[in-house]
Write a protein that binds this ligand. Structure first.
Ligand code: ARG
Length: 446
């Protein structure tokens, strides 16, 4: 029974939050006259001593004490005697654990927020420096149109900024205090739930006591946001893996972010990126796991819910590592602009530019321009040259309406420079977007 029942091996991570919750509860019991001030001072002093002790020596793990909440109460009794037993007046472990865990998840969200901001800042710095660097843009992993490397890095930044807002959204929704819901039905003591909520930095108390002790939406919201963020990191990681492979050769991995092979001396493997990609699968699984744990549970608390903590802790640790690794890797990764440019110029990537030019300067319907461009591509392909290498005579011989087509933005540089629409890849737009994202982050971190 002890082996299956005890949660102290993992929930000891909640100790700071449990002590904060208990101090707030004790102070409220004093203010409302439920406990005399002398008891409150003894309890608060004892809890502060326990915190100092845990900080210095770690949390002792006695499985007989079941969980961190019972362990702290037992340690308090060792320090202050039977007065410790008064702390549990007007509360239950059910509202206690719900409160401690919410406080922990709230801190986790704040930590991820800072880590995401740090990663986005790295991406913005690198994007600004590479605002004019040519990179092939892909669809179907086929070279489609040239873009700028800065633009691509900003696409990643956009994903992460949405992740930030998802975490903030989860934080806003969860920031209500379940303490005072007691076991499931509330309490006859004249408690002040507004006070404990305020002392713990919550926006106010939760409403329904049954819901309060059985709600784990905040943990699932957290895991959903974490899974989405991990999913984004895995897409970035996948591109780093591709870009670092020899056929691409777009990036040079810094030595400290790659590993060698035990047998092939020439190998430099993108392990950090691969692990970020791999961790995302685990984080998604943890989200699914907690959803399945909660599915079908009747009101109110059931012990199944003790299984809410490990998936959250594990997802947190994996995501925190992934964000840090990504920031470290992206700060130091070396770009190889010649390889990117050569790939961007391959595959007639400026064909759309020619078609667009024929619409604007030749007055042709787009479909017809598309058709004529296709013929120009076939001619260049047959000769093994690029569109920009076709002469005026070549164009006119194909169709007189192609006269002057060499003025179209057929080079990759001219192509990206022409894409000045809002959200487009033109270097000027990229620099502008960097500025906007910097402003957004500055507002966010205030
Ligand atoms: N260790 C438990 C948990 O994490 C604490 C709540 C126990 N409550 C109860 N009624 N047995 O969920």
């Amino acid at each position: 029974m002890q082996a299956i029942n005890a949660s102290i091996p993992f929930d000891k991570r909640l100790w700071r939050h449990d002590i904060a919750g208990s101090i707030a509860h004790a102070r409220m019991l004093g203010e409302t006259g439920i406990l005399p001030a002398s008891d409150v001072e003894a309890i608060v002093g004892g809890l502060a001593d326990i915190a100092a002790d845990y900080e210095a020596n770690g949390v002792p793990e006695d499985p007989a004490l079941e969980d961190i909440h019972m362990a702290i109460e037992a340690h308090l009794a060792e320090r202050i005697g039977p007065t410790a037993g008064r702390l549990h007046t007007a509360r239950s472990r059910n509202d206690q654990v719900a409160t401690s865990f919410r406080l922990w998840v709230r801190d986790a969200i704040d930590g991820h927020g800072a880590a995401i901001v740090a990663l986005v800042q790295v991406l913005l710095d690198r994007a600004e420096a590479e605002a004019g660097t040519i990179l092939p843009g892909f669809t179907h992993l086929q070279v489609a149109q040239p873009v700028t490397l800065g633009h691509h890095l900003l696409a990643w930044a956009e994903m992460l900024v949405r992740d930030l807002s998802r975490f903030e959204d989860a934080r806003d929704r969860m920031n209500r205090c379940p303490l005072g819901s007691a076991a499931l039905a509330g309490t006859p003591f004249p408690i002040d739930r507004e006070m404990t909520a305020a002392l713990l930095g919550f926006d106010g108390p939760t409403a329904n006591s049954l819901d309060s002790v059985s709600d784990r939406d905040f943990a699932i919201d957290y895991l959903c946001a974490a899974a989405q963020c991990a999913l984004h990191l895995s897409r970035m990681a996948e591109e780093i893996v591709l870009w670092a492979s020899q056929p691409f050769g777009f990036v040079m991995l810094p030595d400290q972010w790659s590993t060698g092979s035990s047998i092939m001396p020439q190998k430099k493997n993108p392990d950090a990126a691969e692990l970020v990609r791999g961790h995302s699968g685990r984080i998604l699984g943890l989200m699914t796991g907690l959803m399945v744990t909660m599915k079908g549970l009747p009101l109110a608390y059931s012990k199944d819910m003790q299984d809410d903590k490990e998936p959250v802790f594990e997802a947190h640790d994996l995501l925190e590592l992934s964000l840090a690794a990504m920031a470290g890797m992206m700060a130091e990764i070396g770009f190889v602009p010649e390889r990117m440019r050569a790939a961007a110029a391959s595959g007639f990537s400026t064909a759309t530019d020619l078609a667009d030019w024929l619409v604007v300067h030749g007055g042709l319907p787009f479909r017809e321009a598309h058709h004529l461009t296709g013929r120009a591509v076939r001619l260049a392909e047959a000769r093994g040259i690029g569109l920009a290498d076709l002469s005026d005579e070549d164009f006119v011989a194909l169709d007189p309406r192609l006269a002057g087509a060499r003025a179209a933005p057929l080079s990759v540089e001219a192509s990206v420079a022409s894409r000045t629409s809002v959200g487009g890849t033109a270097p000027g737009r990229v620099r502008e977007a960097v500025g906007e994202l910097r402003g957004l982050l500055a507002g966010d971190t205030q």
